[in-house]
Design a binder for this molecule. Structure first.
Ligand SMILES: Cc1cc2nc3c(=O)[nH]c(=O)nc-3n(C[C@H](O)[C@H](O)[C@H](O)COP(=O)(O)O)c2cc1C
Length: 316
């Protein structure tokens, strides 16, 4: 079974990715958070650092591009190709207001004529350059029924994979996924499909596989892998329990690496807080400590709480 790590902007950058890969591994592809090409500088030095092969050793990484302009996509893809990558991913799912207002991400989905032209351009370029392009999409912007036309459009191009997050823009990441539309894709997509959305446990995975009547493979997970970093091992049958000793190693590796590159200290703590909003579900009965940890303003205060929580659980 193949597991893909979904891109989560602000969380799964190269620091987290390297730490995760070293400590847990067993991820078949990591998707990098999006690069949004600007006219004068399609791939910024910061983007470059994130995806540079030397900063992603031993990692099967797919960079992602977010744009509605084919010239911008192609310029960015050229730079990414020159770095040695053979696959890029197009983001057609981002629900953020500022992104959609510019017609990008999920905001590109209702513009079917423009989308068709955009795909003509980028897939012609990809054919000449021997570059694979996969697409990560939602079902639509306003209405999930937009998906029927989108599948027809995607069928006209050689997508290396079509990753479907079965929600529309206004669903953001909340509530049930719209499973019936993924079933439609299973019947009608001529491109290889990858399911993405709400896999937080083996039970979630089994229930989804049952409801589709297939073994979902490959599958992409994001928040589930952050919340329980042992999830990939559990799905692959390598582990049955969440390993708190490994979680502590992940915590320490990420925390120390952020301290080296981020300042002031409070910004490191902001990054760690975001991770703890996911990890808190692992620590039943520790709500009060976690609330205090989320407010900590100094490393010392933060560390006292974190290690008390982690030590309490690794002794169990
Ligand atoms: C904080 C956050 C940042 C995200 N950043 C990206 C991104 O850069 N590119 C992208 O395609 N999707 C992004 N997503 C969407 C995820 O990749 C994924 O599709 C979504 O979380 C649903 O999958 P999950 O239920 O397994 O988490 C982001 C989601 C979250 C919550």
């Amino acid at each position: 079974m193949k597991i893909y790590f979904a891109p989560l902007e602000g969380i799964t950058g190269h620091i987290f990715r390297n730490a995760y890969n070293e400590i847990y591994g067993h991820i078949d592809k990591y998707f990098a958070p999006f690069i949004s090409p600007a006219e004068k500088c399609p791939v910024t030095p910061r983007d470059r650092k994130e995806i540079a092969p030397e900063n992603n050793k031993g990692i099967n990484l797919v960079p992602q591009i977010l744009t509605c302009r084919s010239d911008g996509f192609i310029e960015a893809a050229k730079e990414i190709r020159a770095m040695g990558y053979k696959e890029v991913n197009l983001n057609l799912g981002c629900p953020s207001g500022t992104v959609c207002a510019k017609g990008k991400g999920a905001g590109f989905l209702p513009e079917t004529l423009l989308l068709q032209r955009f795909l003509d351009d980028i897939y012609s370029y990809a054919a000449q350059e021997d570059l694979k392009i996969s697409i990560k999409t939602r079902l639509g912007f306003f209405d999930p029924d937009e998906f029927y036309d989108l599948v027809d459009i995607f069928n006209g191009f050689p997508l290396s994979e079509l990753i479907v997050h079965p929600r529309i823009r206004s669903d953001f990441y909340i509530g049930e996924v719209r499973k019936e539309y993924f079933s439609y894709a299973l019947k009608n997509s001529q491109n290889p499909l990858v399911y993405n959305g709400n896999i937080f446990s083996c039970k979630d995975y089994d229930d989804l596989s049952d409801s589709f009547g297939i073994t979902l493979d490959p599958v992409m997970a994001g928040r589930g892998l952050i919340s329980d970093p042992s999830l990939a091992d559990k799905l692959k049958g390598i582990a049955s329990e969440t390993d708190i000793v490994k979680l502590r190693r992940l915590h320490d590796t990420v925390y120390h690496a952020y301290q080296e590159i981020i300042s002031p200290d409070i910004h490191v703590l902001y990054k760690m807080r975001e991770l703890w909003t996911y990890w808190r579900i692992l620590f039943d009965g520790k709500d009060r400590d976690i609330k205090r940890l989320l407010k900590a303003k100094k490393y010392r205060e933060y560390e006292d709480i974190v290690y008390r929580i982690l030590e309490g659980f690794s002794e169990q």
